[in-house]
Design a protein around this ligand. Structure first.
Ligand code: AKB
Length: 313
């Protein structure tokens, strides 16, 4: 059967890059990008979809004979705290719509992104295991923890092949994040290259798990390619890239830009970060489908600066 992929949330930080990788893998004609607004520079099939509207998703699924759905639309941790109930409604309704449509239309595989935001005070901060207790303190984290259980439910009850990764903060030069607690780790590189000062909304020692975009995309494609019987976890897989604090990324940047100026003005996002893991145990992902990150802080810093310099030239 020919693979036809629908990406929901294709304009987002991860979605915009993942869509390009999916086009390379399956061919441009077999990928349908979708989001709330169209993107003028986009080359290929693009459909406007508000994922809270189940009829609209189904229309596109039927029109293009979609076989796989990547559901990336969500309101993230920091933004979600502005309107908790609306965030819950949007994050859950869009997931329910995707799961229901997938079940009814015999969609072959579904990807649902979870996050390190599912962890809270009940989980160990260091090397947090996959099966740690989940007591998230943000509405985004609560929606992801619930979503993981719904994904598992659809697998157990209907046999729907839903697969999921708990992403750490994603760092990439290609796109900007929006509304997350880990966003500082992308913004900082833009400020360096633009020769601007950086004000960090986290404390200098707030260590968080992060991953480079290339690794995040590769993890997603590897998970989706793995044989069905190898996927032992139907909630979500921890994956790690690296862990660092703002002070550590600043030190790495100052090896190249010794005069880079940084101040710290922690805000409510520091509260969120303080309940998230410092580092992640991803041994289940590595055992079940061979996950292994490639990028460390040094290679991330070099690549980010080089690529952003080209971008801003
Ligand atoms: C956020 O900060 O909300 C996201 C995430 C870790 O899921 N980047």
């Amino acid at each position: 059967m020919k693979t036809v992929v629908l990406v929901i949330g294709a304009n987002g930080q991860l979605g915009s890059v993942l869509t390009e990788s999916l086009k390379e893998k399956f061919g441009s004609l077999n990928v349908i990008a979708s989001d709330l607004k169209s993107r003028e520079d986009y080359i290929g099939n693009f459909e406007i979809i508000d994922a809270t509207n189940i009829e609209r998703i189904e229309e596109v699924v039927i029109q293009y004979k979609v076989t796989q759905i990547y559901h990336l639309a969500a309101i993230l941790s920091a933004k979600g705290e502005e309107t908790p109930l609306q965030t819950w409604n949007i994050n859950m309704q869009t997931l329910f719509n995707v799961l229901e449509i997938s079940r009814k239309n015999n969609i072959e595989k579904v990807f649902f992104p979870s996050s390190i935001a599912v962890f809270g005070e009940g989980a160990p901060l260091d090397n947090t295991p996959n099966n740690a207790y989940l007591d998230p303190a943000t509405v985004y984290g609560i929606s992801k923890a619930a979503g993981e259980n719904w994904a598992q439910y659809y697998f157990m009850r209907y046999g729907l092949d839903v697969r999921s990764i708990r992403y750490p903060g994603v760092i990439g030069y290609q796109s900007l994040p929006g509304g997350g607690t880990t966003d500082y780790a992308v913004d900082i590189y833009h400020k360096v290259v633009l020769n601007e000062k950086f004000s960090c909304f986290l404390k200098e020692d707030a260590t968080l798990p992060m991953i480079f975009m290339e690794d995040a995309i590769r993890a997603t494609l590897e998970l989706m390619d793995a044989p069905k019987e190898d996927i032992k976890l139907r909630t979500s897989y921890n994956i790690s890239g690296i862990s660092f604090s703002p002070a550590e990324v600043v030190a790495e940047i100052r090896k190249l830009y010794p005069d880079f100026k940084v101040t710290y003005a922690p805000d409510f996002r520091q509260e969120i970060a303080s309940r998230w893991p410092n580092s992640i145990d991803d041994s289940a992902a590595s055992k079940d489908w061979g996950w292994k990150p490639k990028f460390d802080l040094e290679s991330i810093t070099e690549t980010m600066i080089q690529k952003l310099k080209e971008k801003y030239k």
